[in-house]
Ligand binder design. Sequence first.
Ligand SMILES: Nc1ncnc2c1ncn2[C@@H]1O[C@H](COP(=O)(O)OP(=O)(O)OP(=O)(O)O)[C@@H](O)[C@H]1O
Ligand SMILES: [Mg+2]
Length: 413
Amino acid sequence: MSDKEGFRSNPDGLQGRTTRYDTKKAVQTVWDGCRIRLKVTLVREDGADTLSFFVSELQGGYRKEMNNSVIVSLRDIVVEFDGQRILDGLNLDIHDKEFVTLLGSSGCGKTTTLRLIAGFLEPTSGKVLLKGEDITGVPPYKRPVNTVFQKYALFPHLNVFENVAFGLRLKKMDEETIRRKVRDMLEVVGLKGFERRSIGQMSGGQQQRVAIARSLVNEPEILLLDEPLGALDLKLRKEMQLELKRLQREMNITFIYVTHDQEEALTMSDTVVVMNGGKVQQIGTPEDIYNEPKNAFVADFIGDSNIVDGVMHRDFLVSFSGVEFPCVDRGFAREESVQVVVRPEDIEVVSPVEGQLVGVVNDVIFKGVHFEMHVECEGREWLIHSTRACTPGETIGMRIGPNEIHIMSRSEG
Ligand SMILES: Nc1ncnc2c1ncn2[C@@H]1O[C@H](COP(=O)(O)OP(=O)(O)OP(=O)(O)O)[C@@H](O)[C@H]1O
Ligand SMILES: [Mg+2]
């Protein structure tokens, strides 16, 4: 579990001696830009020594059980506007009670995909299925789906209570039921006591909660959220990310979330769908997408990475930068040209004689948790994140373990 950086199980170097550490407040979570790490700091009871290490692999045990039943399927969806293909043969299954995120850069077709599911748009060809039934042509109000838009689209002339009650009034529910449901929902989103406030007197984050309450009060089976946190500052955004995750778990419904922020997608989702140019590039858990990117686009889009050309000599042996490396990949043709992805935090900095590769440090930046370094080696620059500080101009060795090497077929690029 613990990663290689600075973990010393016996910092005194004395065999057989037990060192006692104060474990109070020892664990701190750290977001290093690409994954959550637990930073564990142990202070010796006599204060003489401090031991810090990171635990960065959180796979397993953490994830909730995934429901296997598919609630929404998009089948061979093509959408064209003015003869231009916006969605190009999109296939996607979304599981019941899943938090799934559509992730991609501006214009890749995320909002268009949500509009298809909500029923605001019909595909040029292909089918939208809800629990296996074709709902192409079913109008939005007959779908068990609600949408939270980026610009919350609240009614400025109605107070908080009436904004949330709006959908229930349309359904002509009795006053007492409306009161109960709205009160309950405002409590869930942490806005109890704000019922009579006008929308103009609410902060951005509070307005966002009203918009979410207004959608959830209709008890949709699926909630679509189109970049709902885009207008919030970073701190509030982080708070609302956790809030939304909690809400999804409590309400136990399917969330389909759209963002172009990879960190947000990796933090919140059960499943991430990476899109580019109207096509799905990869579907997987955040760990899959991060650790096993299927092509160079995904590798590049999700966090920093080193992508180099290589040759797969045979199963479990690849070469790049003029050196052969054992790896865990197989099934490629002999001597197939491939692309190799190595994450910056997966390169171990060692002395030049120990290194599989040897390079010269160009620059070093302290990033709080680690040092970010650019290292010149065999005519290319490598990005390295390490807790070991080097100095510009220093010659270092680099080691890359078999598990840290990810091979991608060139045809998938
Ligand atoms: N009604 C429309 N008529 C013509 N073109 C459209 C229409 N709606 C969307 N498009 C085009 O389709 C493409 C995809 O748009 P979409 O809104 O789905 O992107 P997006 O991934 O949500 O982007 P963003 O992150 O900027 O919101 C864009 O090039 C957009 O200009
Ligand atoms: Mg959009």
